[in-house]
Ligand binder design. Structure first.
Ligand SMILES: Cc1ncc(COP(=O)(O)O)c(C=O)c1O
Length: 444
């Protein structure tokens, strides 16, 4: 018998939101967002009232192929008909196939992988592998980094206000300044700074360590920090600083991996292959799927030291079938190249808006992962929070969903990450909507 459909006697977004407010816990510091989405296809999401929006966040930055890509839908249907779930100690053909595909798009020596559900879990796993392989426990990460909500990941997440009120974090977690060239924490400029944020950061780590430095974990582009794109060569410098201390170099490619930045991986720009990489969001295309990859040598060491990471959804067939479809689509539909070309086109569009509108302080990022930084003026770089909120709302009213990341008094940045399958016409329409919204607020 089919499941009873969701009660729909009142159909508006507002009425659904009323019902949601009564029952659903608020878990992200704010209220639930309108609109209430009923359907999604490609770059378009449609609310319960039938209104369409271009989704410039790809859901929660996962739907890189666009919503309900036919290959993903087909993979789910086929998997449901065969096998969705097995005992976690078993494997299935889909899991083996995905392991082969993932290793195929990763550089050597990243030849050992396993699969989980969320980005937070992949961070936990990466950190645990590093601890077991090195026999050490201290972990360094970057200011304003985000690596997940579970406790190990949250302990290596340094976003102001997120840590307050939960008691002590995992001992031995340290932070170094963010490589933020637009708002340099050290008030220096690249390249004359010579990566001072990394060097001074590690000087401080050296004074704090108890001699047990296991790893550093970083994002190739810091999403929650306001799309902070480190200067060229930065990841290589981090890697060297890690090597000098016999630490593992771990990268979290949740947002940057699998083509979004116009290369297969965020680390490719600097040629700094990590010892361990965490992959999530983009791998599942909207289905919970994450992976961790490392070298056979590190895997062997971790295994010998008793590495243990077991969940109910370890190496799961259904998400793996989707992951296979995602990687195949990225390669066969040439989506890495598409991200590069469309990203250049969209960035040019935003740069032209920046020329005309003082409120856009900076346009940064690579491929189809960009940050649009709204400022009160370009000298103080104080965030244009109220204006930014209004521009975001006006865009939504005109059919464009933009997802801002904000830290009160520090930054208000749009995280621009449309599906890699977005069309040029959709990008043009979005730029028009953005300009109309900016004009309505700044009256320019
Ligand atoms: C860089 C990064 N790492 C980890 C995570 C956590 O992923 P998840 O929300 O799937 O646990 C996120 C989520 O936004 C992220 O952006």
């Amino acid at each position: 018998m089919a499941t009873k459909p969701v009660e729909r006697e009142a159909t508006t977004s507002e009425s659904f939101l009323d019902r949601a407010r009564k029952l659903l816990m608020r878990t992200s510091g704010g209220e639930f967002l309108l609109p209430v989405i009923e359907r999604a296809k490609g770059a378009t999401i449609t609310d319960v009232d039938g209104k369409e929006y271009l989704d410039f966040a790809s859901g929660q930055m996962c739907a890189t192929l666009g919503h309900s890509h036919p290959r993903i839908v087909d993979a789910i249907k086929r998997s449901v008909a065969r096998v969705m779930h097995v005992y976690s100690g078993m494997v299935s053909p889909e899991v083996v196939g995905l392991a082969e595909r993932l290793v195929d798009v990763l550089p050597a020596p990243l030849r050992k992988v396993f699969f989980l559900s969320t980005g937070g879990e992949s961070t936990e796993a990466a950190i645990k592998i590093a601890k077991k392989a090195t026999g050490k426990y201290e972990v360094v990460s970057l200011a304003d980094s985000f690596h997940g909500s579970t406790w190990g990941a949250a302990s290596s997440t340094f976003i102001q206000s997120r840590r307050a009120g939960y008691g002590p974090t995992v001992p031995g977690t340290y932070v170094i300044p963010a490589p933020n060239c637009y708002r340099c924490p050290l008030d220096l400029a690249f390249p004359s700074c010579d990566y001072a944020c990394a060097r001074i950061g590690f000087d401080l780590v050296d004074t704090q360590t108890t001699g047990s430095l296991a790893a550093l974990i970083a994002e190739p582009i810091q999403g929650a920090a306001g799309m902070v794109e480190p200067p060229p060569g930065y990841l290589g410098v981090l890697q060297r600083l890690c090597r000098e201390r016999d630490m593992l170099f771990v990268l979290d490619e949740a947002q940057t991996g699998l083509g979004r930045v116009g290369q297969m991986w965020g680390f490719e720009a600097d040629g700094a292959v990590p010892d361990i990489v965490a992959v999530s969001k983009t791998l599942g295309g909207g289905i919970p799927l994450a992976a961790v990859a490392t070298s056979p040598a590190i895997e062997e060491q971790a295994y010998r030291n008793g590495f243990w990471f077991y969940t109910s959804h370890l190496n799961e067939p259904l998400p793996s079938a989707v992951g296979l479809a995602v990687i195949d689509a990225i390669r066969e539909e040439k989506l890495v190249e598409a991200a590069r070309e469309k990203g250049a086109y969209l960035k040019n569009g935003f740069l032209r808006l920046k020329e005309r509108h003082e409120i856009i302080g900076d346009v940064r990022g690579r491929g189809l992962l960009m940050g649009i930084d709204f400022v009160r003026d370009r000298v103080s770089k104080k965030p244009a929070e109220a204006e930014g909120e209004t521009i975001t709302r006006l865009c939504l009213e005109r059919g464009l969903f933009m997802s801002p990341i904000r830290q009160r008094g520090r930054y208000f940045v749009w995280r621009v990450a449309p599906p890699l399958t977005i069309s040029y016409a959709e990008m043009d329409r979005s730029l028009e909507i953005v300009e109309q919204a900016i004009r309505a607020v700044t009256r320019l």
